[in-house]
Design a protein around this ligand. Structure first.
Ligand code: F3S
Length: 397
């Protein structure tokens, strides 16, 4: 790789041990993926924050990096394994609480903003069009590349941290214009509305891309989409298709920048969406857990949940997962009180997938196709997808 003088100095240890280690990680990655040089990054999001993922080995690595490492770029974290304030109410044990905080403290020591969220773009870590960034969580990566038009590969925890400590990432993959062209045209001939329906569409397209061995779809036929619908779509298409970038006609900023694919064209009709939705509803499900906010709920979604719950009581465990700053706005706006008076719980900083709750519930109802995937695969729950309204109805019935 062609390195600038400052990058060579970093590699030689002139900027400290953790910067040296970081540059070793980044140059190794760059060599593996054939990068010609590094590029400056403007925003970082680090995943693998839950103590359940990190373990003692991961924590040791973090502590080592924190000895002399300080971030050079705005950096936030992906959800952790618990709500840092409300952990007891969510059934997290004291030992996990202590270990999770040891990890978050190590990140904090490096100057990382210890807000734990998979929607950093909703809480101030918001890059703009064309900026190079290094993000790690799959739905956030897909959102930033596609909806914002920033440029990032899907980083692992160590490579995102290395980018934060150096302000650099190797220039390959989605950082290069030539790798941002769409490969398959999907024509949607049905109306798609709401976070659940966008999640179903994401699964359908994701599954098809895997079958075809392709990664970047061009989607036509969606007249409009909200931020919440797009974040749900991103989470789903990234989970089922490994997609980190899509173009949506009339909606995403780069849709008409590259040639529209014409070789592979797939029509999506209502029947296809119905069949895909049925795959996200398990037979004989007994729902004892409802969770909304995958990806982390926006203030708009929390306002809607508060309206649906006002004056009601939930009869099942009900979590709303969101970023701490969004929860604070909900507190100020009075939404939190309405939601908590109804018996629902906020799970800020965490979510129903990364929290250590494997096997604790029989069946989960969600409005997110991604949460269905991990509810089954990771937490061994039966799953059911529904609209936000249907999820709230289920919780209070
Ligand atoms: Fe975010 Fe957890 Fe869903 S990290 S995208 S809320 S699985």
């Amino acid at each position: 790789m062609r390195l600038e003088q400052i990058e060579k100095d970093m590699l030689e240890g002139k900027h400290g041990k953790s910067v040296q280690k970081s540059m070793e990680i980044l140059t190794t990655l760059g060599e593996i993926f054939g990068a010609e040089c590094m590029v400056d990054v403007h925003s970082i999001q680090i995943a693998g924050v839950s103590y359940a993922n990190l373990g003692e080995a991961g924590l040791e690595f973090l502590n080592e990096m924190a000895e002399d490492g300080k971030v050079r770029v705005l950096t936030t974290l992906n959800p952790a394994g618990m709500d840092r304030e409300n952990w007891r109410a969510l059934g997290i044990n004291e030992e996990f609480f202590r270990n999770q905080n040891r990890a978050i403290d190590a990140f904090g020591k490096m100057g990382i903003i210890t807000t734990c969220s998979c929607t950093p773009y909703l809480i101030g870590n918001a890059p703009h069009y064309g900026q190079h960034i290094a993000w790690a969580e799959s739905s956030a990566v897909c959102y930033s590349n596609s909806v914002i038009g920033a440029r990032t590969n899907r980083e692992g925890g160590p490579s995102a941290l290395a980018a934060a400590l150096t302000g650099k990432t190797p220039k390959y993959g989605y950082h290069l214009e030539e790798n941002r062209h769409s490969q398959v045209l999907f024509k949607v001939n049905a109306s798609v509305k709401g976070t659940d329906e966008f999640g179903v569409l994401g699964k359908l397209i994701g599954d098809k891309l895997v079958e075809l061995g392709k990664k970047i779809p061009y989607i036509a036929g969606i007249p409009s989409a909200t931020v919440e619908e797009l974040k749900s779509f991103c989470a789903s298409v990234a989970t089922y298709g490994g997609t980190a970038l899509f173009h949506m006609e009339g909606i995403t900023p780069e849709y008409n920048k590259y040639t529209k694919p014409s070789e592979i064209v797939i029509e999506i009709n209502q029947d296809d969406l119905d069949r895909t939705r049925a795959e996200l509803i398990d037979d004989d499900i007994e729902i004892d857990f409802v969770s909304l906010g995958c990806p982390h709920a926006s203030i708009h979604e929390i306002a809607k949940i508060a309206k649906l719950l006002e004056g009601k009581k939930v009869k099942k465990e009900f979590w709303i997962t969101t970023a701490r700053p969004t929860k604070r706005i909900a507190d100020e706006a009075g939404y939190s009180k309405i939601i908590e008076d109804a018996g629902a719980k906020f799970a800020a900083d965490t979510c129903c997938v990364v929290a250590p709750i494997k096997g604790r519930f029989k069946g989960i109802m969600v409005d997110s196709a991604k949460a269905c995937y991990y509810g089954r695969a990771k937490n061994k729950f039966k799953v059911k997808i529904g609209s936000m309204e249907q999820c709230v109805e289920e919780a209070i019935k």
